[in-house]
Design a protein around this ligand. Structure first.
Ligand SMILES: C[S@@+](CC[C@H](N)C(=O)[O-])C[C@H]1O[C@@H](n2cnc3c(N)ncnc32)[C@H](O)[C@@H]1O
Length: 253
């Protein structure tokens, strides 16, 4: 992979170094999201818990997280369900931590969307939290995901509009929805825009309450970044929802 051409590559390398060492950040994640998955974004534990019913419990399920970061979200799902976990991410720092943290029944790969393949494995569940946007060709990526799923398996993705992706009219007009419709792939969708707005307010409160801890660690810049990420919610919800939306799409193969 040509690292210099990849969107936010260096930023994510720095982010996952900080996430490994910063106690203030771990504290922040638990306060804001309910669990520390080293979230860069919006993966609140209540969103993640919606994945669990899709994971078969009567056998060792195989689950894949695309854009898995340091694997903590997969570790959580493995603890809850006993599944075999697979993840990939372009961040070498993230994948190094994932391999250190989860040695059993796991496979973590450093690589890019479009380059990584799983010719030998079919998955029961594939998840991708806030990572579809980075696919160089989202339509081709959807084809790959459908190819990787077992028959009856589920693709679960949390998808945001208004920052990386443009805000469109509703859940049926997003770039992802249009691709799925074009391919005649049925999907279900839940609108969690209000949850996401409330989460932003919680993130701001959590970050502000931990300012001293971040500063003491020498991580004032990360504190500033976390607060700035919540600027979207600097307005009443009725205004916010004109510019931002968040959806959970699920697709059954
Ligand atoms: C917005 S973060 C989401 C991380 C995590 N899934 C979460 O919910 O907190 C996007 C993730 O995708 C990874 N990523 C971005 N572009 C990628 C690409 N082209 N190929 C593989 N991983 C990528 C980043 O390193 C990061 O871990």
């Amino acid at each position: 992979m040509e690292k210099d051409d990849l969107l936010f590559y260096n930023e994510y390398e720095q982010f996952y170094l900080m996430a490994k060492d910063s106690e203030a950040f771990k504290h922040f994640c638990r306060k804001a999201f309910g669990e520390d998955f080293s979230q860069d974004g919006f993966s609140d534990v209540s969103q993640v818990d919606r994945i669990i019913p899709f994971i078969p419990k009567d056998k060792k399920a195989h689950i894949l997280d695309i854009g898995c970061g340091n694997g903590k979200l997969l570790g959580y799902l493995q603890k809850k369900t006993g599944a075999y976990i697979y993840g990939f991410d372009y961040s070498g720092n993230a994948i190094k931590t994932a391999k250190e943290l989860y040695e059993k029944d796991s496979e973590f790969t450093q690589g890019c969307i479009g380059e990584v393949d799983y010719p030998e494995v079919k998955f029961d569940v594939i998840i991708s939290m806030d990572t579809m946007y980075f696919a160089p060709d989202m339509s081709a990526f959807v084809d790959q995901i459908m190819k990787w799923l077992k028959k009856g398996g589920v693709f679960f993705t949390c998808y945001q509009e208004g920052d990386v992706m443009p805000k469109t009219a509703d859940e049926n007009t997003s770039v992802l929805a249009m691709i799925l419709k074009d391919k005649k792939i049925d999907y279900d969708c839940i609108d969690i825009t209000k949850e996401s707005y409330d989460l932003l307010l919680r993130k701001r409160e959590a970050a502000l309450s931990l300012k001293e801890e971040f500063v003491k660690e020498g991580n004032a810049e990360w504190f500033e970044m976390l607060v700035a990420q919540t600027d979207y919610a600097d307005k009443p919800f009725d205004e916010y929802k004109k510019e931002m939306a968040r959806y959970i799409y699920t697709v059954r193969a």
